[in-house]
Design a protein around this ligand. Structure first.
Ligand SMILES: [Zn+2]
Length: 243
């Protein structure tokens, strides 16, 4: 028990020092349970299992939602594609070139968000434009190309528990990049240009409104182009319209 108590004390200190986000706390909690159980069964000594303070190193976790899996071997990808190709219908040529679907979804790259499946869409119903958090400010080129080639409605979808809301500790993130970089001295010059590590702290609804308004106010968006904003709730699997 003494070691368990010390472990929890260490965790509390880490939280106070680093301001851990929900995901990091979750991983840390999983690590705590593992060590605590091991201590109870007498398999390990606490001094041999210091809490890993690296915020970016994968931690043992009780969750299976985010369990890591090895990369899919190239041969398996080739095999899967061969199976698909047996029933493939070509769509090349003038009749198919340059026709974007009427609707395009703009959303986060998070794999928990699967718009085709979650909205019951058929293949080729929509274009899907993605990046981290589905940030429209970084997707202008893609959005304008879609609009130019026929898309009339952009569906902006944000989701609950998005990594956008968990960006904390800018200096820690930069230090982490430096620790892994090919040239640590080059990081300072580029990190602020490549990464927005201080995004505005908005609720998910306000983030939707922010991006919808950004597009509506853009002089490059046609007056007849429709923009709507939505939130997908990963707890319920349901989507709701914000605007
Ligand atoms: Zn996200």
């Amino acid at each position: 028990m003494r070691y368990t108590y010390r472990l929890f004390q260490q965790i509390l200190q880490l939280i106070q020092r680093h301001g851990l986000n929900t995901r990091q706390l979750h991983d840390l909690a999983g690590w705590t349970v593992v060590v605590t159980l091991a201590l109870k069964t007498g398999n390990v000594q606490a001094k041999d299992n210091p809490v890993n303070t690296s915020l970016w190193t994968p931690q043992p976790s009780m969750s299976t939602t985010y369990k890591t899996s090895p990369p899919i071997p190239s041969q398996e990808l080739l095999d899967r594609n061969l199976k698909y190709a047996e029933g493939h219908q070509p769509k090349v040529g003038d009749a198919n070139f340059g026709h974007m679907p009427d609707t395009a979804i703009i959303c986060c790259q998070d794999c928990r968000l699967n718009p085709t499946k979650q909205l019951g869409l058929a293949d080729f119903d929509t274009a899907i434009i993605r990046n981290a958090a589905g940030a429209v400010t970084e997707l202008t080129r893609s959005i304008l190309i879609a609009q130019r080639w026929g898309t009339k409605h952009f569906v902006v979808i944000k989701h609950s528990d998005c990594g956008y809301f968990q960006i904390t500790g800018k200096h820690l993130i930069i230090e982490d990049f430096k620790a892994r970089a090919k040239d640590p001295n080059a990081i300072d010059a580029v990190v602020d240009k490549l990464l927005d590590l201080d995004p505005p702290k908005l609720s998910v609804d306000d983030l939707v409104l922010h991006d919808v308004n950004y597009l509506k106010e853009s002089p490059l968006i046609f007056p007849e182009t429709k923009i709507t904003g939505w939130v997908f709730d990963d707890h319920t699997g349901k989507i709701r319209q914000v605007v």
